[in-house]
Design a protein around this ligand. Structure first.
Ligand code: TMP
Length: 214
């Protein structure tokens, strides 16, 4: 079997990183050779781009500029980390990928950019490569944002550029993810993230076992 590329998506505070940790423990137990990574900031250069993108005021750049920087980060991530790992037969689990750009820079901003432009950037940065499986952790943004602000209290550097946006923006984002899943139901699995951590983990493992026969 070809090593799969699995992505986790969702709004703020949807619990992606916790679920990726639990999934990592499970994959280790199963003896799977894998790496975990993230966007933005999965590479050394990407860490610098991440700082520009997630810190500071919400209006310091517009959605076009963000899309360009996220795809620059993505291109570096793919060429330096994701593709080499897959080539070595390692599974790759990524905290966010291109669905984030569609959900955030397109849907959350009320579809001000054109989806054709985003598709064009995707082709330029990634070609016709796609994730094998995408988990979309769905949560009411009111609950997600509360979780996210609580987490930010413990951070020395506040990555709250998006958290500070209007609730409507986060609601657009949530709907955007559901639209993405509707368009690609085979690749995208939507899971209710407003549940306890273990229940969600068990659901994720069930899908992984079904798809990849572990
Ligand atoms: P994180 O907090 O889940 O690590 O993600 C960083 C922030 O960047 C989060 O608010 C989502 C945002 N983001 C985009 O707006 N577009 C993208 O393409 C990606 C990958 C992330």
């Amino acid at each position: 079997m070809k090593a799969p590329f699995i992505t986790f998506e969702g709004g703020e505070g949807s619990g992606k990183s916790t679920q990726i940790k639990l999934l990592s423990n499970y994959l280790k137990e199963k003896g799977v050779d894998f790496i975990t990574t993230k966007e933005p900031g999965g590479t050394e250069l990407g860490v610098e781009l991440r700082r520009l993108l997630v810190e500071g005021s919400a209006d310091k750049m517009d959605a076009n500029a963000e899309a360009l920087l996220f795809f620059a980060d993505r291109r570096i991530h793919m060429t330096q980390k994701v593709w080499p790992a897959l080539k070595e037969g390692k599974w790759v689990i990524s905290d966010r990928f291109a669905d984030s750009t569609v959900a955030y820079q397109y849907y959350a901003y009320n579809q001000r950019l054109s989806i054709e432009d985003i598709d064009m950037l995707y082709g330029f940065a990634v070609g016709d490569f796609k994730p094998d499986l995408t988990f979309i952790l769905d949560i009411d943004p009111k609950i997600g944002l509360e979780r996210s602000f609580k987490k930010a209290e413990t951070m020395t550097v506040k990555e709250t550029r998006n958290e500070n946006r209007l609730l409507q923006w986060h609601q657009n984002l949530r709907q955007g993810y559901l639209e993405i899943a509707k368009k690609e139901p085979q690749r995208c699995v939507v899971l209710n993230a407003d549940t306890d951590v273990q229940t969600l983990h068990d659901k994720i493992v069930k899908v992984i076992e079904e798809r990849f026969g572990l």
